[in-house]
Design a protein around this ligand. Structure first.
Ligand SMILES: [Zn+2]
Length: 399
């Protein structure tokens, strides 16, 4: 922690933020005085000093890696790393693989194109470094990816939950000559922590789901272990975590996850508000990995919460409800906020051969029962809601 603070003082953005905090205090006393950092702060700094802001190491040359956020919220955050910081993230992934039970005889298949997102660049490089066969599947159609994964006998597939569901549905229709992975490592969307989505994936592929989470500006932070389905280990040797009540800022067992990066020193983030709602699990894990464990993975995003017809509504809830319906292939939800009251519109896509009206009725009663309000539900044609291979957005807000 002391090293992070010393390094941060050499970086203009942080030097300003820390100028009233005495370095004479112990690192944890200093920490407690540092204001929480938000993504908005980082974006504002980059807008003020484009293109990167004064967020990165100035004294040493060697910022050699560029990544950026997907900009799903409308703003792209650019990030730079030197080789030591990049190495630290590869170390994170080495831990993730160990916890997931990936071993030297596995064949990892990455069925997506490598864009400017941190996502699986680090996952791919770390696996290759560990001596695990890592196979890129970018620049191909979904059909070609399935064929290739079968031909190389992929034992682990990595991807977003929605894209692996899409591939799994295709594989099911195809029947023969499809890969039979033993593990699916998913990230990029909340689905891996939503029981109905996990079950759907595990049933489609006959493989175990391992959920993982990370953020471009922080790094690969959490992973599920092979022995504790649905729980997340935070890689505590790499990050200093706090769980705070978003209203009061008090330390709590269930609240917002706040992270400080301990090893990514070329661009530190200190007391970063991740926006993720988490719950501390005090029971030790059978795998023996120490540090903070999170019950149920990431429970939701603070900024996604909306108020519909007198109810707090979280879009993640909708995924949990709708993916339990066997008739449903995909869905999209639109929250309309222009009128006097917010309303929810849901487009549902039936599986082939399913009566669209039966699906609409099933979705209607499931939402009414669990959310206590009524949504406007419409069926769309089979095959019309194909998910993107990266970060599908099932929910949008209008008005
Ligand atoms: Zn564990």
């Amino acid at each position: 922690m002391g090293q992070v603070l010393n390094q941060a003082r050499k970086i203009p953005f942080w030097a300003e933020r820390l100028k009233n905090i005495s370095p004479e205090l112990g690192p944890f006393l200093q920490m407690a005085k540092i204001p929480l950092l938000t993504k908005r702060d980082l974006l504002a700094e980059q807008a003020l000093h484009p293109p990167y802001g004064r967020l990165f190491s100035q004294t040493e040359k060697g910022l050699c890696r560029y990544t950026q956020t997907s900009g799903t919220s409308g703003h792209t955050l650019r990030w730079l790393d030197d080789s030591a910081s990049w190495e630290a993230m590869l170390e994170c992934w080495a831990m993730c693989y160990e916890l997931a039970g990936v071993n030297g005889s596995d064949r990892l298949f990455f069925p997506f194109s490598f864009g400017p997102f941190l996502g699986f660049w680090t996952a791919f490089e770390a696996a290759a470094r560990l001596g695990v066969l890592s196979i890129p599947g970018g620049g191909l159609s979904s059909e070609a990816r399935l064929r290739m994964a079968f031909e190389v006998d992929a034992s682990v597939l990595l991807g977003t939950p929605s894209y692996l569901i899409h591939l799994g549905e295709m594989a099911k229709l195809q029947g023969a000559k499809v890969p039979k992975p033993r593990l699916l490592i998913v990230a990029g969307e909340p689905g891996g922590s939503i029981p109905a989505t996990r079950q759907r994936l595990e049933k489609l592929w006959g493989a175990r789901v391992i959920d993982h989470a990370g953020m471009t500006e922080v790094g690969p932070t959490t992973v599920e272990c092979a022995e504790s389905p649905g729980g997340f280990h935070l890689l505590e040797s790499m990050y200093y975590p706090e769980i705070l009540d978003p209203q009061t800022g008090q330390e709590v067992d269930q609240g917002e996850l706040i992270l400080t990066n301990l090893k990514r020193l070329s661009g530190p983030v200190i007391r970063y508000r991740t926006g993720d709602l988490v719950a501390r699990d005090r029971d030790p894990c059978p795998c023996g990995f120490g540090g903070l464990k999170l019950k149920g993975g990431i429970l939701g995003r603070l900024d996604d919460m909306v108020f519909i017809r007198g109810n707090n509504f979280h879009p993640q809830t909708l995924e949990a409800i709708l993916f339990e319906l066997p008739e449903l292939a995909e869905y999209r939800a639109i929250i309309h906020q222009s009128g006097p009251m917010a309303r929810l519109e849901v487009l549902v896509e039936p599986r082939p051969g399913i009566d669209p009206l039966a699906l609409v009725e099933a979705a209607d009663s499931a939402i009414r029962e669990r959310c206590l309000f009524r949504a406007e539900i419409r069926a769309v044609e089979v095959g019309s809601l194909i998910p993107a291979e990266l970060k599908a957005r099932r929910h949008s807000v209008q008005g």
